[in-house]
Design a protein around this ligand. Structure first.
Ligand code: 13P
Length: 250
């Protein structure tokens, strides 16, 4: 099955009106790509990026987080219906920084995905193991546990509308990318786990790799049969580097 590649930039808590305008302007100069190109600014800049990209179909917009609640007394939270006002297509959920720094559990992540699927968003569902878990041989078990929370709440068909991002925690922001073989092994295991519920859904679901992806490592990653793109942190803040990664995806 041919799955379209996705190259998504997670800008995390970085940028200003000036730097984001410059970055998006440079990205828009690149022209058409066969891959889906996505950028994910912090909430205050969604409107700016949406406006900058309005005249072209080259870049899709992602938000970095969403509340599982619809509305009400939840100070500091942003609901899925609010994101509908900004032309957002994708929303990151379950990023390891949200899990480790803000205490998000597997069950909360599943509820957030539910709130997104109740609307017309595509969740980018982040999963991955810590170094300790990898060294204990728990890599796949951790990924399966994280996926199972969503399967139990929403069923396997939900994965027809979800993009998975496998991001080993030890590779995020460390410069220590998983090798393409290491990543492929886990992606293949994730697909096999979903295939236990539905072979067809498993063949369709796009699984991105994230963790210190750079232009220099991206080609080997994208050559792997179960790697359908990348979720890029630091390197996505540099237009030239990010566009090299987009180019490597074909
Ligand atoms: P880095 O590419 O900076 O390691 O970040 C990866 C990431 O967390 C993307 O969501």
């Amino acid at each position: 099955m041919i799955r379209q590649k996705i190259v998504a930039g997670n800008w995390k808590m970085n940028g200003s009106t000036e730097s984001i305008t410059a970055l998006v302007t440079d990205l828009l100069k690149a022209g058409h790509s066969n891959s889906e190109v996505v950028v994910s600014p912090s909430f205050p800049y969604l409107h700016l990026v949406s406006t900058l990209c309005a005249q072209s179909d080259l870049i899709k917009l992602a938000a970095q987080n969403v509340s599982d609640k619809e509305s009400g007394a939840f100070t500091g939270e942003v609901s899925a219906s609010m994101l509908e006002d900004f032309g957002v297509k994708y929303v990151l959920v379950g990023h390891s920084e949200r899990r480790s720094l803000y205490g998000e559990t597997d069950d909360l992540v599943a509820l957030k995905i539910q709130s997104l699927l109740n609307k017309d968003f595509t969740p980018m569902f982040c999963i991955g193991e810590t170094l300790e878990e990898r060294e204990a041989g728990q890599t796949l078990a951790v990924c399966e546990r994280q996926i199972q929370a969503v399967l139990s709440l929403l069923g396997v068909e939900a994965f027809n509308r979800i993009v998975i991002a496998y991001e080993p925690v030890w590779a995020i922001g460390t410069g220590l990318s998983a090798t393409s073989e290491q990543a492929q092994e886990v992606h293949c295991g994730i697909r096999a786990f979903i295939a236990k519920s539905s072979d067809l859904v498993a063949q369709r679901v796009q699984i991105l790799y994230g963790g210190s992806v750079k232009a220099s490592t991206s080609r080997a990653l994208f050559a792997m049969p179960d790697i359908d793109g990348a979720l890029v942190g630091g390197a996505s803040l540099d237009a030239k580097e990010f566009l090299e990664i987009v180019k490597a995806a074909g």
